[in-house]
Design a protein around this ligand. Sequence first.
Ligand code: GUN
Length: 288
Amino acid sequence: MGITTVIDGKKLSETIHQELKEDIKNLQKKYNDTPHLVVVLVGDDPASLSYVKYKKRACDYVNIDSTMIRLPKHTKEEELIKTIDKLNKDETINGILVQLPLPEHIDRNIIIDRLQLNKDVDGLQPIHIARLHTLRYAILPCTPKGIITILKRNNIKIEGEHAVVIGRSNLVGKPIAQLLLKENATVTITHRYTKDLATITKHADIVVSAVGKANLITKDMVKEGAVCIDVGLDRVNNKLTGDFDFDNLLDHVSYITKAPGGVGPMTITSLLENTIECFINQKESREL
Ligand code: GUN
């Protein structure tokens, strides 16, 4: 039985936002301009609406200009494409984020592919993904980037460690596996068809779970002293709960992120960082 550090992502994000606020001041002096992010939300999914509000609030705090474009749920794919084309051309806009999920009648791949590469603050364009896989410069997807920041800011060893990722989505599972690999971890990706998940997670030094099923990962599935990164959120009796059985893992693992209040706020921090990165790339006319 050891002592567990509970990682408070909100606190860490607030610390980094202070730093970013200073960076923005310096950028303002240097370029006489401020980064500008546009967030596009189609429909009225309550979870998406609340995420988008958090994003706007964070932009306001660090003095990144932000505009929210809300389109009705029945918006046609062609209309959304036209909106994106306009934002791509607008030189006063440095970053574009299309909140996912999109309504079912819209093909998310067509929309993502339409974003101008140097304004894709989510790093979801296949070119960014391919560059990440081949260790070239890429804008990194926000949640995986936030997880790496959590690990690094807590001086958690990644190199040589066995990291097990649960979930294989394009937003989280696959890119976090690549980032951990880039940091020289040995990485195993598991998913809904994985046989006997526990035998795999038990060998992990770092477990990243992005499933969204409350208490999926119990104490018997995790090695003593492991690092637990909880990306999943599920609602149980109207209370948001992560993938890890948090209460029973306390004093068993070395680190565990809060959920909610762990990875989520760091996703927003990465979005601010990516917006600044896109702004600088554009100001310096870097070809992507
Ligand atoms: N929906 C949930 N997470 C994300 C994210 O990181 N980016 C976008 N665009 N949509 C999301």
